[in-house]
Design a protein around this ligand. Structure first.
Ligand SMILES: CNc1ncnc2c1ncn2[C@@H]1O[C@H](COP(=O)(O)O)[C@@H](O)[C@H]1O
Length: 345
């Protein structure tokens, strides 16, 4: 078996590309292809396209986590302004699945905050549209690719809107719900009644910003005990110990974390401290379009930064299978990975 101790970049990259992968933290609209984003924006408003280019310029100059985070959320606002029709949602869903499929992803959990659209479509229509594309894609690819949908509650929403999302997730028999959105809104406690006893699996964006309120919110989130944590970039030593003791899986998004945490090098990423402790981890893309990354490249950056070899990469992916929300597919995913690994030897 080819190992990477001698760091052969192209072999490492090729391995990360070809190994079957699982993606557990991908925001549907954040996965929009850059070309599609520009095209939709230029159709709806040329001034918005100019605005996007100016945000991209500011991103290059931003130096703090709060600044970078706020620019990313400016982009999301523009994104919402140009994804206005069901056919846009259909296109983004299809292109997202295609991009993951071509990157040798075999299982993906997409998450999205359902919304009504300018063409008169309801939240229910939005969800059904995404599910229809997912089902058709799976059928066309002979069950070699599986996708599941989680619904997002946005931190800036009202509690009524949150309950409506939970109701929709149940009506559509989805596996789970999550909390995301601008982390300046420390609203987990407001939504806690929705997540508690919701009867679905849950994952919560946690510790995204380096401020006291965020650290305080971490404790409430850990008290609630979600099945997985998103990001968990900033935490106190007690929170770190607790997450380790309780073995709560963390969804790490290297490029996104690198940008929002303003890291100088990927080897400063939290991955190391959790990986060394054999903590349950999954590497994810977060917003592959907005962040311009793929799951292969995320895996590659981490493998390269922390000198993982081929066996380490395989084991990391093999462990990820345990944390997927569709528990019926754990074995299927493990078998695909084992078959791949056996043939690679
Ligand atoms: C930096 N990391 C992040 N932190 C928090 N929330 C994020 C996020 N990345 C994406 N989103 C959330 O996902 C929405 C886009 O997808 P959907 O319209 O739902 O499909 C964003 O508007 C934001 O609320």
């Amino acid at each position: 078996m080819q190992e990477f101790d001698d760091i052969d970049d192209s072999l490492l990259l090729n391995y990360c590309k070809t190994i079957p992968k699982l993606e557990l933290h991908a925001h549907l609209n954040g996965c929009i292809r850059q070309k599609t984003f520009h095209e939709l924006l230029s159709k709806t408003s040329p001034t918005d396209l100019a605005c996007l280019l100016s945000i991209e310029e500011k991103e290059r100059l931003a130096t703090t986590s709060h600044n970078r985070m706020s620019l990313i959320f400016d982009k999301f606002a523009l994104l919402r302004s140009c994804v206005t029709k069901l056919e846009d949602v259909k296109r983004i869903t299809y292109e997202t699945l295609e991009d993951f499929y071509l990157d040798n992803v075999i299982y993906v959990e997409l998450r999205t905050n359902p919304r009504s659209l300018l063409d008169g479509s309801t939240k229910r229509d939005y969800i059904q549209c995404v599910l229809d594309v997912m089902n058709q894609f799976q059928y066309d690819h002979e069950n070699k690719f599986h996708s599941r949908l989680l619904l997002s509650i946005d931190r800036a929403q009202t509690i009524e809107q949150g309950f409506e999302t939970l109701k929709l997730a149940k009506e559509c028999s989805l596996n789970g719900i999550e909390l995301s959105g601008n982390p300046n809104y420390k609203t987990f406690n407001q939504f806690r009644p929705i997540f508690e006893n919701c009867g679905l699996l849950t994952t919560i964006h946690t510790g995204e910003l380096p401020d006291d309120e965020c650290l305080k919110e971490n404790t409430s989130i850990l008290d609630f005990k979600p099945q997985r944590l998103g990001h968990f970039n900033y935490f106190t030593p007690e929170q770190y110990e607790r997450v380790r003791r309780e073995q709560i899986p963390i969804e790490l998004c290297p490029t996104s974390n690198y940008l929002t945490m303003n890291l100088k090098h990927m080897n400063e990423h939290n991955f190391k401290r959790f990986y060394q402790m054999n903590h349950p981890l999954c590497l994810c893309t977060d917003d592959s379009g907005i962040m311009n990354c793929s799951l292969s490249t995320e895996l590659y950056h981490i493998a390269k930064a922390f000198q993982l070899n081929q066996t380490n990469v395989y084991q990391l992916m093999r462990k990820t299978c345990q944390y997927i929300f569709d528990k019926q597919l754990i074995q299927t995913c493990q078998s695909v990975l084992d078959k791949y690994e056996k043939e690679a030897r």
